[in-house]
Design a binder for this molecule. Sequence first.
Ligand SMILES: NC(=O)c1ccc[n+]([C@@H]2O[C@H](COP(=O)([O-])OP(=O)(O)OC[C@H]3O[C@@H](n4cnc5c(N)ncnc54)[C@H](O)[C@@H]3O)[C@@H](O)[C@H]2O)c1
Ligand SMILES: O=C(O)C(=O)C[C@@H](O)[C@H](O)[C@H](O)COP(=O)(O)O
Length: 548
Amino acid sequence: MNQSDRVAHDTGIMPRAVLIGMPGAGKTRIGKEASNILGIQFRDSDVALEHEQGRRIADIFQSDGEEEFRRLECELIVDDLEHFEGVLALGGGAPMTKRTRRALERYADRGGLLVYLDADPEEMMERASRSGNRPLLAGDAHARWMHLYEERKPVFQALSTRVIRTHGAPPSVAAQKLVAALRERRVLVAGANPYTVRIGEGSMEGLRETLGDEPVRVALIHTTSVQRHSDHARASLRSAHYQVTDITIPDAEAGKTISVANGIWERLSKEGFTRSDAVVGLGGGAATDLAGFVAATWMRGIAYVNCPTSLLAMVDASTGGKTGINTPQGKNLVGSFHTPRGVLADLRTLTTLPNDIFIEGLGEVAKSGFIMDGVILDLLEDHASQLRHFQGDAIDDGLRSVIAELIERTVSVKAEHVSVDLRESGKREFLNYGHTLGHAIEQLEHFRWRHGQAVSVGMVYAAELAHLLGYLDADEVDYHRELLTSLGLRTSWDGGDFESVLSLMHRDKKARGNTLRFVVLDHIGHPIHLDDPPADAVEEAFRRIRRP
Ligand SMILES: NC(=O)c1ccc[n+]([C@@H]2O[C@H](COP(=O)([O-])OP(=O)(O)OC[C@H]3O[C@@H](n4cnc5c(N)ncnc54)[C@H](O)[C@@H]3O)[C@@H](O)[C@H]2O)c1
Ligand SMILES: O=C(O)C(=O)C[C@@H](O)[C@H](O)[C@H](O)COP(=O)(O)O
């Protein structure tokens, strides 16, 4: 599936990408090279128009004038935006025509990839002037050129959903960036404040487009274990002229505390962060939960963008707007629903991810399979061995594409639930499958157990409970154990005691008054709420996960 399939599957045909930018930016060369690599069609609107009209653009300008040329160009582009499926490069001035601009805005709203190719203006002029077919460059070429550049640049910037800078690098580098952008998968999270989750090699390059022009200051919150990736993000943010406040937090759950949040509030105050400034959370789920919490609480809520770097953060924690910290009373008991402005899951960051952290992420992936998407379960079954032996620095193309599909599908399951129930009053609770016991295990293990591993045991517990109450049959419970074990996930737990677990499960956010509330399956792929189950079943299911 390509970057736009999930967003635009119901809207018919459209180009895989539209390239805009000044003449000489390299739209044709870069567009052609990227299209060749991907084996898709390329079309240049100028060449197509010349072909259609049977005359050169300069001749159309000369005989019919610019207005008529723009009208013809607009007709062609509007038609292509509905009927052409490859990479479409537009003439430099095309977006300056109001009707063309509106059509491009609609294309972007449909999830289209609108790429602005930008380069050094002098360099572009040099390249453009080598072609004799540039009627707008007649006369005092340099002054005219600079004027056009100043006039068009803000329009290109405002329209584009992606900027690729081609300064000082061979066109093949820009072509590779375009290929990565074309391969990027996107999932739209609908709701009151819709946003996009971008999944691909280099998605973090989208920081500027996602943050927009409003923020002056950006707090980049990360842990030291992802330093290489945060260095990259900081450099991109600085080159986009944000004032970056770099904030390192303690690793994993040690970062999800009120004292860490307090330290960051102090920094934001010192650096003068206002309501229009922003936070970027980069790292595993603990870092993105904390960064989101800081963004949700500073001045009662400022913008934030998540750059998840662990599998679990990519498929789950970074999306959906649940932000929070742990307290001595329990896991995630203090927090807020605060929707990110966007999520950039850059697959390059997986190269440094340790095997055990990758595997725990598979726990939440499997959860999404159990509650909704059977294809996820098939993919996990078919690739269990490769996934279990994941080595970040040695992922082959086949595994890369399986992982990307698992991420896209899991995020889509999440999006489907949160877009209709942000504040978790019904459907969203299904995402909590396995978490009622899972959170209790994490707490009782003082967070030495990883979240995804605890959820894995929690799902087996929920399956046993469902079986005891006549929902799942024994084979389906076995299937839980077999699949999770094949992925390297835990299915039993011998710590704690039932009374401590029960007390923590009563503090779970799904509990109501004095009654427990679980999510169980009545068959695979079909979750239901289970309110106030019989006490003996709750205890017997616990006994059944004690077996090794
Ligand atoms: N908000 C939500 O909806 C939501 C959903 C699921 C989980 N969560 C939360 O997410 C947390 C678990 O997330 P997690 O599994 O990512 O754990 P984590 O954040 O603790 O990260 C695990 C470890 O991997 C390191 N790491 C992350 N990415 C790396 C990379 N690319 N290279 C090298 N090291 C890397 C981290 O620094 C950390 O040491 C829990 O706190 C859980 O409650 C939140
Ligand atoms: O997004 C949700 O909603 C979820 O329940 C996703 C869970 O996988 C995730 O672990 C979440 O952090 C749990 O939230 P909590 O409210 O149960 O703490």
